[in-house]
Design a protein. Structure first.
Length: 216
């Protein structure tokens, strides 16, 4: 059954169609409620599984866990990966994004992990800044996944809101630098942090767009 986000039409014995073939008042109210439901922005994920992220090959890249394909970010210093994402065709242009990481500890030791996310953005035909902007550096996990200092416990850390005001087409590309800042004052966990996935919550109204390239 459809879930209505507007005012749902009341139950009625009134016909949907008038004798002259036009929609009845009830029919119009019903269709408007359906339209509100269809047009309501829903959340979706832009996903980058750790097993598909290729470390840069630099001295600062994390190890790959041979048994899972996950990435292991060490506690001894800053380790990082680079990720590129294009906005989906269903994204509501200009609406905010909420990047976050899914990860686990590799032991049951006490301590926090400091994750940092930096970014650069350009629309189709636009120009990247060519320099990173820091969104946030975070040690807390979300309320729904409290860190109980347990090996393999699925934890989520969010970097907060990424304001996309001014970016109005679905060809928009985002470049990310995701890092664990091992050795930082707030990073007190002494073992590897296991990255499972980096993904972004984005709002969309449809399953896609009519045109392949909005801006081109």
């Amino acid at each position: 059954m459809a879930r209505f986000y507007g005012t749902p039409p009341p139950q009625s014995n009134e016909p949907f169609i008038n004798p002259d073939g036009t929609l009845s008042t009830y029919g119009l109210r019903y269709l408007n409620a359906v339209r509100d439901w269809i047009d309501y922005p829903l959340w979706d994920d832009l996903r980058s599984s750790a097993s598909t992220i290729n470390p840069p090959g630099a001295a600062s890249d994390p190890d790959r866990e041979s048994s899972t394909g996950a990435l292991l970010f060490a506690a001894s210093g800053t380790e990082l990966v680079y990720i590129a994402q294009k906005m989906s065709h269903g994204w509501v242009p200009g609406s905010s994004l909420y990047p976050h990481v899914h990860w686990t500890k590799t032991s049951s030791a006490v301590g926090d992990v400091s994750w940092r996310l930096r970014y650069d953005i350009a629309q189709g035909g636009g120009i990247f800044n060519g320099a990173w902007t820091t969104l946030s550096e975070v040690t807390e996990t979300v309320a729904g996944t409290p860190d109980n200092d347990t090996d393999w416990e699925h934890l989520i850390t969010t970097f907060g809101e990424l304001d996309m005001t001014g970016y109005e087409d679905t060809s928009t590309m985002l470049l990310f630098e995701l890092a664990r800042i091992g050795g930082a004052v707030g990073d007190t966990y002494g073992a590897d942090a296991r990255l499972l996935e980096f993904d972004i919550h984005a709002q969309g109204r449809t399953r896609g767009t009519r045109h392949q390239f909005d801006a081109l």
